[in-house]
Design a protein around this ligand. Structure first.
Ligand code: NAI
Length: 305
């Protein structure tokens, strides 16, 4: 264990935290603000399945977190737009620019669940979940992208999930959305590189109202505040990673990566040679982790070099 040489602080940097009214987002917003960031706390105040709370109830979640930040001496504003539409995303970014004049950090965290086994999945259940998680990250990030490019600085943290990375029963819509966020993360990391925009994803494990609906009460160690340090690091200027995925829960942090085996190469490949060499295709010895598509294509080209 090594102690920190310098504290991670955010000076006057501006962060947008979507779904910041509860659970993980609340924890991220509080800690970013405690460390000096000015925070736009976005939350439309929905239930876990995305049903919108009516009238004033919709506003209490984000406002409560803003009040907590203010009481602790921090600076924050509330916003109640949905991430699920392009207009909502534009309004969220505009609200941050109106309040603080810049946007440096986006934590795409808003989320809902509409779990059902694949045989019962309907287009409506698919779209609702894609709209909040995958399109939501797109809708909020895109209006801020040019701002970040112009200022030559940006940090984006997307919230993926082990349900998509590894698979989980009854979560085809959610898993597809969460894995879609990995693709978005990787492409934005490539596109943002020359403007010092770093884009990473987390796959959290934490006790929130969302996990309670799926898993029941989780053990005490799994508080959201043990996920937030990774988000804070990835949101900071010191962040040394981009295009990467971190599994984080209960104080453990690990990297999840997409690796490629050395594989089996045969210029006269047939279905039979695939069958007969499947062990070599799948052999994990000597795998590599390409940073981007070009690196992956070079592996294929070099197989016969
Ligand atoms: P939560 O239900 O406490 O928080 C989600 C927040 O998003 C809520 O406050 C909700 O009002 C807000 N929200 C929902 N739809 C919205 C919309 N259209 N626009 C703006 N805000 C909206 O749940 P939790 O656990 O804190 O989830 C946060 C994120 O972490 C989600 O993306 C979730 O999928 C992800 N996640 C959580 C895990 C966990 O173990 N808690 C595991 C894997 C992923």
């Amino acid at each position: 264990m090594t102690g920190p040489a310098t504290e991670i602080g955010f000076d006057t940097k501006v962060a947008i935290v979507t779904g910041g009214g509860g659970g993980l987002g609340r924890s991220h917003a509080l800690e970013l603000a405690r460390r000096g960031a000015r925070v736009l706390v976005n939350d439309l105040g929905s239930s876990v399945d995305g049903a919108e709370a009516g009238g004033g109830a919709a506003h209490t979640a984000a406002q409560r977190v803003v009040d907590e930040i203010g009481a602790a001496g921090g600076e924050a504003v509330a916003n109640y737009d949905t991430v699920a539409t392009a207009a909502g995303g534009r309004a969220i970014v505009a609200a941050a620019l109106d309040a603080f004049g810049r946007v440096d950090i986006i934590v795409n965290n808003a989320g809902i669940l509409r779990d059902t086994s694949f045989k019962n999945l309907t287009p409506e259940l698919l779209d609702t979940v894609l709209d909040v998680h995958l399109r939501g990250a797109f809708h909020v990030t895109q209006p801020a992208w040019q701002v970040m490019r112009d200022q030559g600085y940006g940090r984006i943290v997307n919230t993926s999930s082990g349900a998509g990375l590894f698979g989980n029963f009854g979560q085809a819509n959610y898993g597809a959305a969460k894995m879609g966020l990995v693709g978005l993360t990787r492409v934005l990391a490539v596109e943002g590189a020359r403007d010092n925009i770093k884009v990473n994803a987390i796959a959290p494990i934490a006790r929130t109202r969302m996990t309670e609906t799926v898993l029941g009460p989780l053990p005490g160690r799994l508080g959201p505040e043990l996920v937030t340090p990774v988000v804070v690091y990835l949101a900071h200027a010191d962040c040394a990673a981009t295009g990467e995925i971190f599994s984080v829960g209960g104080g453990r942090v690990a990297r999840v990566f997409i690796g490629v085996t050395k594989g089996y190469a045969d210029p006269a490949l047939t279905a039979e040679s695939v069958r007969d060499n499947l062990d070599r295709v799948r052999d994990e010895d000597g795998y590599v982790v390409p940073a981007n598509l070009t690196e992956e294509m070079m592996l294929a080209f070099n197989a016969f070099a």
